[in-house]
Write a protein that binds this ligand. Structure first.
Ligand code: NAD
Length: 511
C-alpha cells in the first residue's frame, strides 16, 4: 500500500532465469498500474490515531490502493506556510485526484484560515455528502429509524470568509451565493436521490429573511425539482427544519442545503444517530474528491487511544465506492457493522447494559480486522453498486442589467448619531442625479421618519436612487466625490441594479 519504484522494490526476489524475473517485474508493474492512488493527510489532534486505524483496516482487507502521506494543517502552518497546505501537496492531489484526510484544527476567532475550506474550494469539491444512520439497538439512539443523507453546498455562503472591520463598532462578512453553485448542488442532490433509490429531497433555507441569497437557492431548487417528478420535494425554513430534524429525523430522506446550515445540521444528525464519531463525509467535485470524518480534531481526547475511528472509516468506504472498489468497501463496512453488533464499542458509544466491551482506538481497529469477511446478523449488511452521479448544468440566459442607484455606506459618529442630521446633510449632497430615499442602521430604516427607540451604531447605509430610470457610474463617482469633500467617511458602496426590470437588492427593514 505504499508508493514504490519497481527498481527499489525489495520484494523482487533475485532470480536466475531471465524469463521468470521479467514476468515477475511485469506482474508487479501491472499490479502497481492497476492500483488506485490516493493521498493521505492524517491531520491534527486525533487525526493521526484514527488515520492509522483506517490504514490498518484497509491493509488487512488487502485493498489495492497505494498512498502517499502528506502533512497539512497546524504543523504546516507552524512551519510558516500560512495556507496550511504545502505547495507540493497540490501537485499530488492533481496526480491522484483523491484525498483521505483526517480532521484539522482551525483556531477560533483568530489565526490561520480553515485548511478544510481552502482544500474544498481550491479543488472545486462542491458537494459534501453526509449519510447518517442509526445503528439501533446496538448503538444507543433515541431515533432508531433514522437513515438520511445531508447534501451540503461546500464552496459558497459565509464560508467565502470575506470579512472586514468597517468602523469602530462594526464588522461584516459577505455571504456569496451563485446560481451555478446552487444548480450544481441541487442537481447533485436529485441525482443522488435517483441513484440511491431515495424517495424525497428536502431543501432548507432562510429565504423568509435572506430573500435574494437563500431565495436564489430555493428558487433553483424549485426549478430543478420539476425535472425530477418521480422524486418528492419540499422546502422547509431552516429553523423549523432543524428542530424537526432533532425531534423526528426519520421523516427526512435527503436534505440539500447551504454551506453553514449543512455544517450545523450534519453534526446534529450524527450526534442524535449515536455519536459525532460515527459519520463520514465525501467532498465531491467533477474531477477530484476528498473523504473525511464529519467530526473535528477533538483535541480534548487526542493521543489517549480513546477516539472512535468510525467516522474516517465510513468516509474511507465512501472513497472505495468512489474509486470503483465497492466490494472492498462492503467487506470493511460489514466487518465494522458486525463489530458494533458484537457490542465492542469505543467510549463515545459505550453504554452500560447495551455494550459488551469498552475498547480504545487500537483494540476497536483490531476487532474490525478480526471480523473482515463477516457480515452483521441483525443490522442490514451493505451492498455497494457502482452508481456514478453526473451533474450537468444548463446554460443560464443573460438578463438585462441596469444601474438605478447606489447604497453608500458611511462611518459616522457625529451629532449624537441623530439620523435626521445625517439625512439633511446627505439630502443636500444628492445633486441633480439622485434622491436620497432612505438611511438604515444595521438594515433598519432610521431616516426619514425613523423611530426614536431604534439603536444606532456608527455604520450607516444611505440609499440614493437615480432620478431617471437609470444612471451612469460616473454620476455615482461624482456623488461619492461630493460626500467625501463634505468630510463624511465612505467605507464602501454597493451598486443598485435592476435585472430584467426586477430590483436586484433588498428593501430596508421598515421601508
Ligand atoms: P470536534 O468534533 O473535534 O469535537 C466535539 C466533541 O466530540 C468533543 O467532545 C470530542 O471529544 C468528541 N469527538 C469528536 N470526534 C470524536 C471521535 N472520533 N471519537 C470520540 N469522540 C469524538 O469539534 P470541536 O471540538 O468543535 O473542534 C475541534 C477542532 O476541530 C477545531 O479546531 C475545529 O475547527 C476543527 N474541526 C475540523 C473539522 C474538519 O477537519 N473537517 C470539522 C469540524 C471541526
Amino acid at each position: 500500500m505504499t508508493f514504490r519504484s519497481i527498481e527499489g522494490d525489495e520484494r523482487l526476489a533475485p532470480c536466475g532465469a531471465a524469463e521468470p524475473r521479467i514476468l515477475n517485474i511485469l506482474a508487479e508493474a501491472i499490479e502497481i498500474m492497476t492500483k488506485a492512488r490516493i493521498v493521505v493527510a492524517p491531520g491534527d489532534g486525533i487525526g493521526p490515531e484514527i488515520t492509522r486505524s483506517v490504514l490498518q483496516v484497509l491493509e488487512a482487507a488487502e485493498v489495492p490502493i497505494e498512498y502517499e502521506t502528506i502533512e497539512v494543517g497546524e504543523s504546516v502552518y507552524l512551519k510558516g506556510q500560512t495556507s496550511g497546505v504545502p505547495d507540493e501537496a497540490w501537485e499530488l492531489f492533481r496526480a491522484t485526484n483523491c484525498l483521505l484526510k483526517g480532521p484539522i484544527t482551525t483556531p477560533q476567532g483568530k489565526g490561520f484560515k480553515s485548511v478544510n475550506v481552502t482544500i474544498r474550494k481550491t479543488l472545486n469539491l462542491f458537494a459534501n455528502i453526509r449519510p447518517t444512520k442509526a445503528y439501533s439497538p446496538f448503538v444507543a439512539s433515541s431515533h432508531p429509524g433514522m437513515n438520511l443523507t445531508i447534501i451540503r453546498e461546500n464552496e459558497e455562503d459565509l464560508y467565502a470568509g470575506i470579512e472586514h472591520r468597517q468602523t469602530q463598532e462594526v464588522t461584516q462578512v459577505l455571504k456569496l451565493i451563485t446560481r451555478p453553485g446552487c444548480e450544481n448542488i441541487v442537481r447533485y442532490a436529485f441525482e443522488y436521490a435517483k441513484a440511491y433509490g431515495r424517495r424525497k429531497v428536502t431543501c432548507m433555507t432562510k429565504d423568509n429573511i435572506m430573500k435574494l441569497t437563500d431565495g436564489l437557492f430555493h428558487q433553483v431548487f424549485d426549478e430543478i425539482a420539476l425535472e425530477y417528478p418521480e422524486i418528492e420535494s419540499d422546502h422547509q425554513i431552516i429553523d423549523i427544519g432543524a428542530a424537526r430534524l432533532a425531534a423526528q429525523p426519520e421523516i427526512f430522506d435527503v436534505i440539500v442545503t447551504l454551506n453553514l446550515y449543512g455544517d450545523i445540521l450534519s453534526d446534529i444528525a450524527s450526534q442524535i444517530a449515536g455519536s459525532v464519531g460515527l459519520a463520514g463525509s465525501a467532498n465531491i467535485g467533477n474531477n477530484m474528491a476528498m473523504f473525511e470524518a464529519v467530526h473535528g480534531s477533538a483535541p480534548d481526547i487526542a493521543g489517549r487511544d480513546v477516539a472512535n475511528p468510525s467516522g474516517l472509516l465510513t468516509a474511507a468506504t465512501q472513497m472505495l465506492v468512489h474509486l470503483g472498489l465497492g466490494s472492498y468497501g462492503e467487506t470493511i463496512k460489514n466487518a465494522w457493522l458486525r463489530t458494533l453488533e458484537d457490542g465492542i464499542h469505543t467510549a463515545d458509544i459505550y453504554r452500560e447494559g447495551l455494550s459488551k466491551q469498552e475498547v480504545g482506538t487500537k483494540a476497536f481497529t483490531e476487532a474490525i480486522i478480526q471480523r473482515l469477511g463477516q457480515t452483521p446478523v441483525q443490522l442490514e449488511p451493505v451492498a455497494y453498486m457502482d452508481r456514478p452521479i453526473k451533474v450537468t448544468r444548463r446554460e443560464a440566459s443573460t438578463q438585462d442589467q441596469v444601474l438605478t442607484g447606489t447604497d453608500v455606506f458611511l462611518a459616522w459618529d457625529e451629532n449624537e448619531r441623530d439620523p435626521d442630521a445625517l439625512g439633511e446633510q446627505l439630502g443636500a449632497l444628492a445633486g441633480d442625479d439622485f434622491n436620497l430615499v432612505v438611511i438604515t442602521n444595521r438594515g433598519v430604516k432610521v431616516y426619514p421618519e425613523g423611530m426614536s427607540e431604534t439603536f444606532c451604531t456608527d455604520h450607516w447605509r444611505c440609499r440614493f436612487m437615480a432620478k431617471q430610470s437609470s444612471c451612469d457610474y460616473s454620476a455615482v463617482l461624482s456623488l461619492m466625490g461630493r460626500i467625501n469633500e463634505a468630510g463624511l467617511q465612505i467605507i464602501k458602496t454597493e451598486n443598485l441594479y435592476d435585472f430584467d426590470g426586477a430590483a436586484g437588492y433588498s428593501l430596508a427593514q421598515g421601508q
